[in-house]
Write a new protein. Structure first.
Length: 125
């Protein structure tokens, strides 16, 4: 894949989608209670971000406890052409806040747990 996209966009039906400028990371926010098409684990809210290169990784951050890192989530439909969260910018939705930089994407919940994704690193806390 020649492009990598990191997008974080807040859209209709409660879902928000965002990609990073590289196109390699995409995130979906689902509000508490879910939407007509998606029900988050434990009732939500939930932030799920996927990286497609160099290997597929998904991180899911909920309202309680640490983020869950899934190293082989299977094929990902990541990173459509939606609004990009530019490097140096941040976005908050519900209890989650994300910061995009040239080093990667860092997201934290109000409970202090979070994750970092980049082409070379994927960590959850």
């Amino acid at each position: 894949m020649s492009e990598a996209i990191h997008q974080i966009v807040f859209g209709q039906d409660g879902h928000d989608f965002d990609n990073t400028p590289s196109g390699n990371i995409g995130c979906i926010y689902t509000p508490k209670g879910g939407t007509s098409t998606c029900q988050p684990q434990n009732g939500g809210p939930e932030l799920s971000c996927s990286r497609v290169e160099p290997s597929c990784v998904t991180v899911i951050l909920g309202p309680k406890g640490p983020a869950t890192l899934i190293k082989n989530p299977g094929e990902q439909g990541c990173c459509s052409d939606v609004t990009k969260l530019g490097y140096g910018n941040s976005r908050s939705r519900g209890p989650f806040s994300c910061q995009s930089s040239t080093k990667g994407l860092s997201c934290t919940g109000s409970n202090g747990h979070g994750f970092f994704l980049s082409k070379v690193k994927a960590t959850a806390k």
